[in-house]
Write a protein that binds this ligand. Structure first.
Ligand SMILES: [Zn+2]
Length: 435
């Protein structure tokens, strides 16, 4: 552990610290951010009304649109002269959201990222290659400062130029890698193409985040690179990477609860759900000065993993993000994420992870048909083999989603490709579509 005095705190001490920091945060945002003053006044609550952590649920939520409409500096709780760094995230709608950090924020962020790297097994003796992008995106500089804070040797290579990434990985004796999971896999595959088996290199671990990835993807990365791959989590509106991290036990991401209060809410009723139940992840920052957020709705779906972790950290754990509320489908009353289908498909030989979910009505019942591409090496005219494959895919998806579905196998490359976000779902239920 990097800061065991916090990471292994007793619950009662942690909650006392959280409450003290929460009160200070609420006073701060009420006094310096007009939006929060208005929101609290509308809800009829003053910062001094919050006397316990349970009172948090009386406070209004913050959403991404609040940050968008405050563009660029309207949500800042510190004067610009105290802001030493600005990052931003690009929204799918094009409007970016701007976040600012004071010197103190950068200092605490470095500590939290050092914690994250130690979670993956890093020590000051490591050589860490930062292949996340540097710039307005928080990934590159986030890992960079954490690695330097830890005292590791830091290589700020940023993203791109994959052959050079491999060369540096090999020549510089890199032992730890930070990248998006898909880029880590590409680096591994490029190494193999260059005749370098990454498994023979000193590389031991990687911290991967900034996009959702499945357990199968983890297995693929670990096998290709010969490393321990851990999932890290954060978003610029809350901090950037460093909000939560898996430890080497890989059983959920420890939330840095001395800096963030995590809640899981039902995205429809907005009521908190009990530990262990799935819902939308909501964060309140406790130490941010530049841009604190109160009950920020992330749209990410997860749940709190009950129980204690074998690593000794007492912070509660979030299960790996299983999807976004924007992607969630409700089919016959069951919450379904397209990413669950992807996870199944990547585990079945003979099919490609390209699919489309077509939703229609049969009478009053929802009907689901999943179109799945067969892999190029499968002969599309071998009817018997194809039918066996179709049945396997249908059984595996049905058991993963806990609802029955039909599967239709389609020819390679027949599902439309997208350069942006793939359109995975065709919902015809409200258009009189029948199957
Ligand atoms: Zn742990």
């Amino acid at each position: 552990m990097y800061q065991p005095q916090y990471e292994a705190m007793e619950r009662a001490d942690l909650e006392a610290l959280q409450l003290e920091r929460l009160k200070a945060t609420l006073e701060r945002v009420y006094a310096s951010v007009p939006l929060y003053q208005r929101m609290f006044d509308d809800a009829g609550i003053k910062p001094s009304d919050v006397r316990s952590l349970a009172d948090l649920t009386r406070l209004p939520f913050t959403v991404k649109d609040d940050l968008r409409s405050a563009y660029p500096y309207g949500m800042f709780a510190a004067p610009l002269r105290d802001i030493v760094r600005v990052h931003a995230s690009s929204g799918t709608t094009g409007q970016i959201t701007v976040v600012g950090y004071t010197r103190g924020d950068i200092d605490r962020w470095a500590d939290l990222m050092a914690r994250t790297l130690v979670c993956a097994g890093a020590t000051p003796d490591d050589v860490i290659q930062v292949s996340y992008g540097y710039g307005l995106f928080t990934g590159g500089l986030g890992v960079h400062y954490g690695s330097e804070r830890l005292g590791a040797t830091t290589i700020p290579i940023s993203g791109g130029n994959t052959k050079r990434q491999v060369q540096v990985l090999k020549d510089f004796g890199v032992t730890g890698l930070g990248a998006t999971p898909s880029y880590a896999l590409l680096i591994g595959e490029t190494a193999l193409e260059m005749g370098i088996d990454p498994k023979t290199l000193p590389l031991r671990f990687g911290v991967f985040g900034a996009e959702p990835w499945s357990e199968n993807m983890r297995r693929q990365i670990e096998e290709t690179l010969g490393i321990v791959a851990i999932d890290i989590y954060g978003l610029s509106e809350v901090l950037g990477p460093g909000v939560a991290s898996e430890c080497v036990h890989k059983c959920g991401l420890h939330v840095n609860e001395d800096h963030f209060i995590v809640e899981i809410i039902d995205p429809h009723t907005l009521e908190p759900v009990p530990d262990g139940e799935q819902g939308e992840v909501v964060f309140t920052t406790l130490t941010k000065e530049g841009i604190p957020v109160v009950r920020y709705r992330t749209r990410d779906i997860s749940r709190i993993v009950p129980g204690r972790c074998a690593c000794g950290r007492t912070f509660r754990r979030l299960e790996r993000i299983s999807g976004r509320t924007d992607d969630m489908l409700i089919i016959r009353g069951v919450n379904v994420f397209p990413s669950q289908i992807e996870q199944v498909l990547t585990g079945i030989p003979g099919v490609a992870p390209h699919y489309q979910v077509v939703l229609t009505k049969r009478g009053v019942m929802d009907h689901v048909e999943v179109h799945v591409e067969v892999a190029p090496e499968i002969a599309f005219d071998e009817v018997k083999a194809l039918e066996a494959l179709r049945r396997t895919v249908a059984q595996e998806i049905t058991s993963a989603l806990a609802i029955s579905i039909d599967v239709k196998l389609v020819e390679p490359k027949s599902i439309q490709r997208s350069e942006g976000k793939a359109k995975r779902v065709l919902d015809l239920r409200n258009e009189g579509g029948t199957a």
